[in-house]
Design a protein around this ligand. Structure first.
Ligand SMILES: [Zn+2]
Length: 296
């Protein structure tokens, strides 16, 4: 499979550029401080704006960001503010997203299929979890859910945003999947998993594998609302198809009142490594069965 060029590379580059301009080089990155330094006014969002994650406002030459108060998660608040900074900074966004009243109501958190919302989400992820700083966390954090939690803790972001960044930056084959009920909402594959030959891309709204730990986990609503977790061994093929039956380690965690769960898949080996090992073992077995014993 040829590696696709990343259409969001420019978005992430814009986030890096802003951090550089402001001389920010340590974690956690505080988006409230960034907004202040950019001269953007900050205001708590009225709780009646229930479904919105935040707002960008432009009135009389002054930009403002409204941040959510209805969600009890510092990580999500940070992400929402960083998302609005994305609209403020990314070329073409202000013109495209503000309505006639100079307002934009956001649905941050990888929930929207709008190009501008997704770009602002990826900007937010790259701003709060800069490549270089997260890569150094990954060197000591192990892999899977444990690594995702280290990123979320050190960067003060939501687990979900940390998981997506994990899939983008981890050097090993890995995938993160968000699901609700029996349905997959999205999947991100690490670049080394994308290099496996013959795998299918998981599409939005496909069913979870019937024998997966996640499918079973999602059957019990309190697993999700109480942020419980579960794990299991499965097969990569059940998730991504392809010609190779390979073991995969599956970890799932409930995302709380949000009603969704997050799955992290790790432990896959590149197919040629597996082939090579199998061939080797077979060759060795064959050799042994044909090697006259008295030669030893
Ligand atoms: Zn938005």
């Amino acid at each position: 499979m040829t590696r696709r060029s990343d259409p969001l590379l420019k978005v992430k580059w814009e986030a890096d550029k802003l951090l550089q301009e402001l001389g920010i080089d340590s974690l956690p990155v505080d988006p409230f401080v960034i907004a202040e330094r950019l001269g953007i006014a900050l205001q708590a969002m009225p709780s009646r704006m229930g479904g919105a994650s935040g707002m960008l406002i432009h009135v009389a030459g002054q930009f403002g960001i409204c941040f959510p108060t209805h969600i009890d998660s510092e990580g999500f608040k940070n992400f929402s503010v960083a998302h609005e900074i994305g609209h403020y900074r990314l070329p073409g966004h202000v013109e495209a997203v503000l309505n006639e009243q100079g307002q934009h109501v956001s649905a941050a958190g990888f929930r929207s299929s709008s190009r501008y919302e997704l770009e602002a989400d990826h900007f937010a992820a790259a701003l709060l979890m800069p490549t270089r700083l997260v890569s150094s966390i990954l060197k000591k954090a192990g892999d899977g859910l444990k690594a995702v939690e280290s990123i979320a803790n050190e960067c003060d972001t939501s687990l979900e945003a940390a998981a997506i960044r994990y899939a983008q930056l981890c050097p090993d084959p890995a995938a993160v999947i968000r699901s609700q009920g029996a349905t997959i909402e999205y999947a991100f594959m690490s670049s080394s998993l994308r290099d496996f030959a013959g795998l299918d891309w998981i599409r939005k709204d496909t069913p979870l594998p019937s024998n997966s730990a996640t499918r079973e986990f999602n059957l019990e609503a309190t697993n999700i609302s109480h942020s419980r977790r579960s794990e299991g061994d499965g097969a990569l093929q059940d998730w991504f198809g392809g010609p190779y039956r390979q073991e995969v380690f599956e970890e799932v965690v409930g995302l709380g009142s949000y009603g969704k769960s997050l799955t992290v898949l790790t432990g896959m080996q590149p197919p040629d490594e597996i082939e090579y090992e199998d061939d080797d073992e077979e060759d060795q077995a064959l050799e042994e069965s044909w090697t006259p014993r008295f030669r030893r």
